[in-house]
Write a protein that binds this ligand. Sequence first.
Ligand code: NAD
Ligand code: WQD
Length: 338
Amino acid sequence: MAILVTGGAGFIGSHTVVELLNAGHEVVVLDNLCNSNPKSLERVKEITGKEVKFYEGDILDRDILQKIFRENDIESTIHFAGLKAVGESVHKPIEYYENNIAGTVTLVDEMRKAGIKNIIFSSSATVYGDPAEIPITENCPKGVCTNPYGWTKWMIEQILTDLQKADPEWNVVLLRYFNPIGAHPTGKMGENPNGIPNNLMPYITQVAIGKLEKLSIFGNDYDTPDGTCVRDYIHVMDLASGHVAALKKLAPGSGLSIYNLGTGIGYSVLDIVHNFEKANDMKLNYVMAPRRAGDVPQCYSDASKAERELGWKAKYGIFEMCRDSWNWQKSNPNGYED
Ligand code: NAD
Ligand code: WQD
């Protein structure tokens, strides 16, 4: 029996494939490489010594989905494939709704035709909008998203919830990630953004390596301890092991399960800058800049439900997150292009 990992060549997917293989699972990856490089899967093999069966193709393509289900004994899907750039989604909403929502609907339709009714979906803390409670539990109501990307996560959660309600044979796990950073501790795998990064940590590592001149800190007048926004950063290896732990919630009769994957600790932008400087013994060039539209002041999880029900808890701290992000960047200045 194998696990289909859509988007498995991407940042979180590739690290999860490593943890799945290390846990003894057989893995099949489907990725159209629109935001990734197949070298990530070569690195997976270097790290684990194990093969990954790779199909280059699109979740919107029914033929390739049917082929995968015909040629492999798939028991469950971990569904990472999706477009994820918040700013781009504002300018290209139809592309985002098509790829993420129509793509997921196509995938689950072909899964059920093949009799496969187990799925773990990559959702996001973005579904909480400006959260009604801090720390955020899974019972916190979903909020108003500030961009089409966020709405795709919000709507796909609803679609999978409705599907499970209509057909209780489905087992669905919605994992709401907080802010994934870090990289594989070997420095062989990490985040590989196209163009100028939007997210904080890849921006910082590119300043550190001299590709970008300085970090702009978006807003220092928020109602937070130091005025900068607070987030729940989580090491990508912890996120990866969270998926392995979540597989147990695909046992028959599990139904719908929702988990936050975070550390439960909030760090401000300035905390991240200072921890990065300390972990890597360097100074970062940064300036204060105006607020960025759509940012919420604080977003961090109550991660206790995953610990209680999955036996999973983040084990990496901010030091390792900063160390491993930099280790990946400095060993691979051009990502997988080298
Ligand atoms: P990523 O872009 O590195 O990985 C996504 C992968 O999906 C890429 O390899 C891309 O080529 C592939 N893909 C996209 N559309 C596809 C399609 N139609 N068919 C086949 N493959 C397709 O992103 P990531 O950071 O690894 O994120 C993985 C998932 O987690 C995404 O769904 C993302 O929305 C979600 N997520 C990410 C974050 C984050 O901050 N990185 C936070 C919360 C949720
Ligand atoms: C973190 C903090 C910025 C860049 C995003 C998505 C969310 C989820 C995770 C997918 C904020 C500040 C950033 C910079 C800065 N992704 N910052 N200067 O916005 O919390 O979450 O990624 O689901 O949906 O919205 O993450 O890394 O962009 O920002 O000051 O150059 O760093 O303002 O406070 P965010 P981020």
